[in-house]
Design a protein around this ligand. Sequence first.
Ligand code: GRF
Length: 192
Amino acid sequence: MGKKWRAAILASGSGSNFEAIVNATRRGEVPIEITKLVYNKEEANVKKRAARLDIHALYISHLNFPTREAFDLKLVSELKKDNVELVILAGWMRLFSASFLDHFPNTLNIHPSLLPHFRGLHAIERAYSAGVLQTGCTVHRVVVDMDSGPLVAQSFVRAEGLSLGSLRAKIQEAEHSLYPKAISFFIRNQEK
Ligand code: GRF
């Protein structure tokens, strides 16, 4: 394995993808060094996972900033302190302005559908209601528009015959397996 990229993880929710990435990294499967977790919702369960996994966690509430740019520039300054090279969004429920992405073009996100289908919120529920036979999850580069950047990797999940709950569980399982692999794949391609 070549050099390790310095990576920050940004999350707002339960943190199951965060934990999967930390565990895969510790097993030596992902060539990153995780600098810190940043979370923007005080009650986010991800902070408990960070404490248990001994990852430094920084809370920054977007509510304390007058504009999207002001919050994004605060994030930029915090990540620059750690010389971050890769930003990993794992359930980060906010869009970025160009002021963030100009500094961190290597920003990845995971979305619970086969993009470009079912962008936005409630993607699993909408795919289920549409009666798709197959759905899944996608890792993509982040651009200013929501769930729209170039695709990095996808994992397919057969939906036929599943309840909504089982479909959710299968997509979550697929995400935990896909995201660490997609990060490694992305890094290898950048190094070529
Ligand atoms: C995942 O379904 C991911 O696709 C979406 O947000 C969810 C985060 O779940 N972007 P968790 O917090 O990692 O458990």
